[in-house]
Design a protein around this ligand. Sequence first.
Ligand SMILES: Nc1nc2c(ncn2[C@@H]2O[C@H](COP(=O)(O)OP(=O)(O)OP(=O)(O)O)[C@@H](O)[C@H]2O)c(=O)[nH]1
Ligand SMILES: [Mg+2]
Length: 252
Amino acid sequence: MKSIFVSGTAGSGKSLFSARLYEQYTKKGAFTSVLNLDPGVESLAYACDVDVRDYVDYVSIMQQYELGPNGAMVMANDLIASKIDEIQNDIDKINPDYLIVDTPGQIELFAYRASGRFIIENITSEEKSSVFLFDGALINTPVNFVSIALLATSTRLRLNLPTVNALTKADLIEDKLEEVLKWSTDMQALENAISNDTDGDTYALTTNILRGLDLGGFAQGLIPISNITGDGLADIEGAISRILNLGEEVGE
Ligand SMILES: Nc1nc2c(ncn2[C@@H]2O[C@H](COP(=O)(O)OP(=O)(O)OP(=O)(O)O)[C@@H](O)[C@H]2O)c(=O)[nH]1
Ligand SMILES: [Mg+2]
């Protein structure tokens, strides 16, 4: 089995992307399952083969321990880690070729708490990869772009997985798309955009962060996709295959 961990900012399209990737792999004849790691989600666009909600009841945790939504989410995530044997057992029963892992909405819970890394390390898998979703609706300014790039880099540091970077909701930013993609590959274009958009402290901070991030290494190949129209999904599949299958297509 090979696994794909889908991460990204809250609402960036992780769950819908997981559904689309599942459909695409299945259409190509690859035996694929989706693991939902989000204990708080109410409805999902995919049939969930393995679901942490079978093991952790987020609403009960809130009530029983008198926690607020975030405190309960922290506890729920730590409890998931303690259920890793049951989750692995469920995966083994299905034994898919590909496992798509839809991670919780709050990226900081999965990326920064010990439980997220523990889950990644303990799901038995031949090869592991990650897709980080940049929310197209958020990266409408160069400063936002750099901020999310910083988050993507920090997430990659924590997850320690070979990662494909994707830009979701490309269908919503058609007029801006070309410019955003240029920012992702051309450091000078991005610095110029920051300079036109900011002044003083913000300019200095943003450009210093930018230089600290190895832009060529992290964002080159930011792949635009739409989970609504399906545009770009084939490109993502190719990029994942280069990590997981030495470039060989899924289903071959
Ligand atoms: N237009 C457009 N909408 C999208 C796209 N991807 C996701 N959405 C919408 O964005 C919203 C959030 O999508 P989800 O798939 O739930 O995002 P998520 O990252 O799983 O959200 P959380 O798990 O709650 O953080 C939904 O209303 C989706 O229909 C896309 O590519 N284009
Ligand atoms: Mg989700």
